[in-house]
Design a binder for this molecule. Structure first.
Ligand code: AMP
Length: 240
């Protein structure tokens, strides 16, 4: 089943096969020209990134500086491994930090942002590709299609929503890409406790919990996800 099928008609039916098996671009056919503007700030040296990692994270930096440090380290890792970051296209908070670090380290950055948020979230015009779309649904669909794996860093309700959606899409079989949650400094402890309680209460099961990878180390988790997605380029190392 393709992305969006069954989601209350939110998206048109798409190719009925699992996304990762088709490759990251197979479901990523360009959105309609009318709906989307693409800005390419410059051609980068990278024609085909080693992998494409979708990062969901806060549009704020958070109170604890370790979150910003982790976002920066993650961006550096993506760039240093020749990867591509797919993210929400903003310049604020952890989103902006991750994007800047990726690009400064030689990685490719794809930002996807609804037109209504271009001003509010300070759209990052320094992306290699900035896709300005009409709706939030289109944003999330394109981010999912253009990625090999998903990683949620600490964030707020936008991050929660994106993480839960891509997780539920995974359990429904809309894609088979790895999904990770960075529990940095125990940020997600309470949520994980709640989710495990839901298993005990019989509303979830261990199989669903097993669909997400949780780690406290950003780089270790990113490596797990990229490798699980089948992308293990030479040069991947345990830490930077
Ligand atoms: P936050 O985690 O709330 O700081 O938001 C992080 C990102 O999630 C921002 O780019 C928001 O635009 C985005 N966001 C906010 N609400 C939603 C939503 N309902 N669905 C998807 N993304 C959202």
């Amino acid at each position: 089943m393709g992305f969006g099928v069954g989601l209350a008609g939110a998206f048109p039916p798409r190719t009925p096969v699992l996304a990762r098996r088709l490759g990251r671009h197979a479901l990523g056919a360009p959105p309609t020209a009318r709906a989307t503007q693409t800005q390419k700030t410059e051609q980068t040296h990278m024609s085909t990134p080693a992998f494409s990692l979708c990062v969901y994270c806060g549009s704020r930096p958070g109170a604890d500086p370790q979150h910003a440090q982790a976002a920066q380290a993650l961006g550096q890792w993506i760039g240093s491994r020749g990867g591509q970051l797919v993210y929400g296209g903003g310049r604020n908070g952890l989103m902006g930090i991750t994007a800047l670090a990726t690009r400064h380290s030689g990685g490719r950055v794809v930002g996807v942002i609804p037109s209504s948020l271009v001003e509010r979230e300070w759209a990052n015009h320094d992306c290699d590709e900035l896709l300005v779309v009409e709706t939030m649904h289109e944003r999330k669909r394109i981010m999912a299609e253009r990625s090999d794996a998903f990683l949620a860093l600490p964030g707020g309700i936008g991050t929660f929503e994106e993480f839960f959606e891509v997780w539920t899409w995974r359990q429904l079989g809309y894609h088979d890409k790895p999904v990770g949650l960075l529990n940095l400094g125990g940020y997600y402890d309470a949520m994980l406790t709640f989710l495990n309680g839901s298993v005990r209460e019989g509303f979830m099961n261990d199989g669903q919990m097993g669909l997400i990878r949780v780690d406290t180390q950003a780089i270790a988790l990113a490596e797990q996800l990229v490798q699980a997605a089948g992308f293990a380029p030479e040069g991947i190392s345990p830490q930077i």
